[in-house]
Design a protein around this ligand. Sequence first.
Ligand code: SF4
Length: 718
Amino acid sequence: ALQQADAVVASVCAFCGVGCQLDYRVKDNKILEAVGRDGPANHGRLCVKGRYGYDYVQSAERLTVPLMRREGVAKDPADIALVRQGLKPLSDLFREASWDEALDFAATGLRQLRDSHALGADSPLAGFGSAKGSNEEAYLFQKLVRQGFGTNNVDHCTRLCHASSVAALLEGIGSGSVSNPVADVAQAEVILLIGANPSSNHPVAASFIKNAVKAGSTLIVADPRRAPMARFARWHLAFRPDSDVALLNGMLHTIIDEGLTDPAFIAARVNGFEALKAAVAECTPERMSEICGIAPELIREVARCYATAKSAMILWGMGISQHVHGTDNARCLIALAMITGQIGRPGTGLHPLRGQNNVQGASDAGLIPMMLPNYQRVARAEVREQFEALWAVPLSSTPGLTVVEIMHAASEGRIKGMFVEGENPAMSDPDLDHARRALAGLQHLVVQDIFATETALLADVILPASAHAEKWGSYTNTDRLIQLGRPAITPPGDARQDLWIIEQLGRRLGLPWAYWTEADGQGHAAAEAPTARVYEEMRQVMAPLAGVPWSRLQRENAVTTPAAREDEPGERVVFHDHFPLADGRSQLVPATFTPGPEQPDAQYPLVLTTGRVLEHWHTGAMTRRATALEALAPAPQINIHPEDAAGLHLHDGQTVDLRSRHGQVQAQVQLSREVQPGQVFLPFCYWEAAANLLTGDALDAVGKIPGFKVTAVRVEAL
Ligand code: SF4
């Protein structure tokens, strides 16, 4: 392949938040292979997804022409399985249309709903953008919803990912971003990895952690599942699912009780220590052990190890955030770092591992309902005034609805029209049966995507868009590193650039947009100038990008943010001497353990955890159409501990029924000691056994994230 390529294009990986740089080797508008580049986040490495997962862009299933629902064909969630099984052709549901017809239809439906109802909080419209898209797409999408729809009802998959972590971080230290990059584990004496499975979800980050352990760092893994990183850990704390607060309060109690805090740091930089001390006074390791199942002396040992290290870093994933008390979980982690002064230096700090390749950037760019770009709250008049001056339109002061709230509003008829760009809520939302019916019940659903996703199958109109390797765009990884993605190939057929499509809808909604000019073409091929125009507008309202003009991105490929000036390298480690809250100090918020709503009982005796597998990404829309990845992991498997399987008389490979209080799926048993007895695990990427048919939609009160990690289920032989 090396000899055959006639072009080599430097870009970034389309999948996870690690942000690996790669070269696409291209010939005749086809990607021949992807090879790791020496980027700051990967040093030449790629995982199996980055290395072999790119050929979804060349899938025969790519959408190549706009599709409109055939007259008289109802929107029916049952069609999802029929189309996927090949029992119903897509052409039974949709007919081909010209771009003008499809865009006019899409915009007319949205405009009529906007113009015949109230704006703002009572708007019947909502939009889901995507963390798979670029910063520029995220910015323009949220601007379309706010300026063109007249509402803040805009959100994306961060709500299902790290919304609770970000809520706790904004409250506690004034910034939702990481304090230190992953690579800082090399300088950490102790690494606490909790509720994360980087071997599957952030494999290149996992390699940095393994190397740090080999070089002498002590790794503590805390997770109900014995995921692969546990093999490298000094301790694996397999606490009971949903008991994070108990375990962490036991550690906080120990640190305070044994005088292992950093009094000078607390005096200089922390508010709320006395309240925290009082709140955890009764949380002895003995008491917390009864809840979390970890021996009291082990809780003490781990707490001492973390608190007394010269440098200790905490990394966490959705095992912390995807709970109905996810914000409380993250508050405890913040408290650990604050009372021990383990922040503001290399090898310390707080790192919520971001999932999607641009979930950090999409959130930064304002693709969230309560905040305009750069986390500026819509409720604040001076913030709105700034954006109203820039966008020349009055803005709603009411924070919009979040993802699951939008689904509820849709099922109640309060949300009547939606624009979904690149997201797949018909696979990713909790209580999927409810979510799919809500989507099918919308008066007007516009979907922009590269495939006929499960969500697209419920649409009124589908707009065929561009894949990551077909467009310009900037992406911000988990380390706050903004990187440039370049187009390697052009989209198939009459698929168009996402920015062009969003702008076309904006213009049809009456917006005076001119990012994409005649000279830039009609969106068939990537165009750098419109992307740079959107980026430069975004930079006007996003202070962390002040020192990163588009020309610098072009020159350097990757720049750490915040970067105040163009001649500065950007801040790898933040919070050296203050936190970005009003008084510059952090604010501790104590948490109390409370049992969640999904308690096992005689009818549903097991606890289901959902998550990802190494080979597939998120809802599988891309990776399940990547030849090598699908060959490696073609079917859903339920991990069950051998003891449970023996008790239920199940054997490896047997197809079983998995039932919860919310739904039912069938999948094959895979005996596994990664789960504890009493637990099962199912990835959420398979439409054949969509895990979210089983999950409930109870939400964290602050972050509004569902409790995906804990669902009471039972397994039955068929
Ligand atoms: Fe892509 Fe993440 Fe794998 Fe890197 S670790 S190659 S960014 S999926």
